[in-house]
Design a protein around this ligand. Structure first.
Ligand code: GSH
Length: 196
């Protein structure tokens, strides 16, 4: 937890070394993908693009529904999480200076961000409460580990995640998957299943 907050507050994404990899100064960033969009050749940015690229380049892993509607449903989730929950709500909380210049209003923007996060979390819980086993009823997909990021961030900002039991149950199952365990071990991420 401390490790993550320290890295965010130090803004390692704005360091010269990192900007040489990704001039946008954001994570995630993947190299080795044909084409270019502003950065060095081969750099791919944007979580949604990277997740689609990884899912489609590893079809045997079955991380994306094979049918058109299923794929559209997947993009629907990714877009909402990335564009609304992340870029609006979490940015209001963690990057309030992007919304208003006057520091006097930063607390207000942050409070609104936290409220927006809670609202989005209620909506996530509602979608997941129809008995489905994973975010997409067709099965495990790239949406589930993406949702895990925001479930863990909820813990980091001190939200009582047990308020969203259906979502929490799915995230526990995501964290039991060997590939997820392996990635979390590599990144030294605690599972945060129990509240502190
Ligand atoms: N639209 C981008 C947003 C990426 C993004 O904002 N990542 C955050 C992760 S906390 C970041 O790198 N923040 C560092 C910063 O804003 O300086 C995506 O979905 O990949």
């Amino acid at each position: 937890l401390e490790r993550r907050s320290a890295r965010i507050s130090k803004s390692e994404t704005s360091s010269k070394d990192y900007l040489a990899i990704n001039p946008k100064g954001r994570v995630p960033a993947l190299t080795g993908v044909d084409g270019r969009a502003g950065g060095p050749p081969g750099l791919l940015t944007e979580a949604r693009a990277i997740m689609m690229f990884l899912a489609k380049s590893h079809p045997a892993a079955g991380l994306l529904p094979p049918d058109l509607s299923g794929e559209a449903r997947c993009i629907e989730w990714l877009n909402w999480i990335s564009g609304d929950l992340h870029a609006v709500a979490y940015s209001q909380l963690w990057r309030s200076h992007r919304f208003v210049s006057n520091p006097q209003f930063h607390d207000d923007v942050q409070a609104k961000g936290k409220q927006n996060i809670r609202d989005r979390y209620n909506e996530i819980e509602q979608v997941l409460s129809d008995g489905r086993e994973w975010a997409l009823p067709s099965g495990y997909s790239i949406v589930d580990p993406y949702l895990l990021v925001f479930w863990r961030w909820g813990r980091i900002i001190g939200l009582p995640m047990e308020e969203w039991p259906r979502w929490s149950a799915i995230m526990r199952r995501v964290m039991m998957r060997p590939a997820v365990r392996c990635a979390m071990d590599q990144e030294k991420l605690p599972d945060m299943i129990e509240a502190d």
